[in-house]
Design a protein around this ligand. Structure first.
Ligand SMILES: [Zn+2]
Length: 329
């Protein structure tokens, strides 16, 4: 009787789950940070139990996808303010049924695996720090612009948490004191001007006034931020104006960050940044107008190196590091 060689060595892996406002991205990531398998699902949940069930199904599917994996833990990034102990979701504006939920312990019971829980922008920052644009950078800010707008602040290669764990809510910094009302109760919050839904809203407000826009051909569904980015990339005038406005608001907020923190790098991530240079250029121009020259000169403003995988890689490596004695966060 011989030993079955296939049963001998399994590779330690971690599952990263990045919950967005519209989709769940998930992946199996090995201890070196390489993605081994991936799943993207359109979000199909309107309650805590359906979200939990959807996550459990994805985890089960990924665990069964390759017998050479040994999944040691699961990291979950959530669009929410997470308590400093990283056990409880304090507030989730986009998924309000998560408010006040002890999500870490609930998911550990359901999955039978250790779970780490963190804000989505913080896991993106963690991914970029370990595997992306900030591998050699001490101090940086990762700005995530999607359904929501958030930031992960990394100071001396640690994600800065703040008193309650809620640091980095860049989306609720005011950029217009007389501006649009925000769901948070504030007025003129950055998120109301640069998030994906706010971009779609700008199109809705203006499309009738722009009969020649390429976006006019989309009649069978609502126009989304990706459509605007794609149209801007091919030079559509209305789309370029809208993306330019987004860049100006974003640049103003980033200039404030640079003046305040003197970071080496600002990384722009999230779906809206797929617009590339069309968005980066007006953003950087506006930063230059508002920031002081010395901190501006110290700072590189770049697009995310990991792109849409930043959250999956960051959350899985956080799960890895939470299981080790020397947790970095
Ligand atoms: Zn707000």
């Amino acid at each position: 009787m011989t030993m079955n060689s296939s049963s001998s060595v399994k590779r330690d892996c971690y599952i990263g789950i990045d919950i967005g406002g519209a989709s769940i991205k998930a992946g199996v990531v090995d201890a070196e940070g390489k993605i081994r398998a991936q799943r993207n699902k359109v979000i199909a949940h309107e309650s805590l139990s359906s979200l939990s069930g959807q996550i459990a199904a994805i985890v089960s599917e990924l665990r069964g996808s390759d017998s050479s994996f040994e999944v040691r833990g699961v990291g979950i990034g959530v669009p929410a303010l997470v308590s400093k102990k990283k056990s409880r979701i304090t507030i989730s504006p986009s998924l309000p049924y998560l408010n006040g939920v002890e999500f870490k312990s609930q998911m550990e019971s359901l999955l039978g695996l250790p779970v780490s829980l963190e804000n989505d922008a913080n896991v993106g920052a963690y991914g970029e720090m370990l595997m992306g644009a900030a591998r050699d950078v001490q101090d940086f800010v990762y700005v995530s612009i999607g359904t929501r707008v958030g930031a992960g602040l990394v100071i001396s290669r640690r994600v800065y948490q703040g008193a309650g764990g809620f640091a980095g809510e860049l989306g609720h910094i005011a950029v217009d004191p007389e501006g649009k009302k925000c769901f948070c109760g504030g007025t003129g919050c950055l998120e109301r001007y640069v998030s994906a839904p706010s971009i779609a809203q700008r199109v809705e407000e203006r499309i009738v006034l722009n009969p020649s826009s390429a976006l006019q051909i989309i009649t069978d569904r609502p126009i989304n931020a990706q459509d605007v980015s794609a149209a801007a990339l091919v030079g559509d005038k209305m789309a370029c104006v809208i993306i330019g406005e987004v860049g100006r608001y974003l640049g103003m907020a980033i200039a404030n960050l640079i003046n305040l923190l003197n970071v080496e790098m600002v990384i722009l991530g999230g779906g809206v940044i797929e617009a590339g240079d069309v968005l980066l250029k007006p953003t950087i121009e506006e930063v230059k107008r508002h920031a002081l020259s010395p901190p501006y000169d110290d700072c590189r403003i770049v697009a995310s190196a990991l792109g849409s995988a930043a959250g999956v890689i960051g959350s899985s490596l956080l799960a890895r590091d939470m299981l080790s004695v020397e947790a970095i966060l």
